[in-house]
Design a protein around this ligand. Sequence first.
Ligand code: FES
Length: 173
Amino acid sequence: MSDNQRRDFIGMALGGGAAVGAVASLIAMKKTWDPLPSVVSAGFTTVDISSLKDGELMTVEWRKKPVYILKMAKDDADAEKYLGKRNFKIGDSIYTVGVQVCTHLGCIPGYDGEKREFVCACHGGKFNSSGVNEPGTPPPIPMTIPPFKVIDGGKKLLLGEAGEEYNQLSEKE
Ligand code: FES
């Protein structure tokens, strides 16, 4: 490498470094400018669950994703089995919450209240009523539990904020 070539190479390397640095600081500046509080407040959804009956499921939208809330049937064995893991209590009732998106390739599974399972029409994926993927079907992991908080004396859920009930679940992911 001649002296001129070496200088050019060093100049290019420095120039490249400067460009990367400029992009990094632009990103940092953009973060500072972004109106974070409004973005964060737009990420909350309050859901009135007071009219849910035993065994009844409702689906709401949270951050552009469907989220189910199921008041579990009293004789659903999976309600107790996953209590404290994926399910939680409000009073005497057991509830479960999850992002209703199949963990195989992202379709939206429907809930079959008779069989107490979620069924994904895309490739036959199944999850039990607690959102756990059934072995031998395509989904590799359970459905995600979104952060939530029980508010208003148990009448409502606030999706997007991690409350005590959410923090105590041991199998959130
Ligand atoms: Fe649900 Fe494939 S996307 S089974």
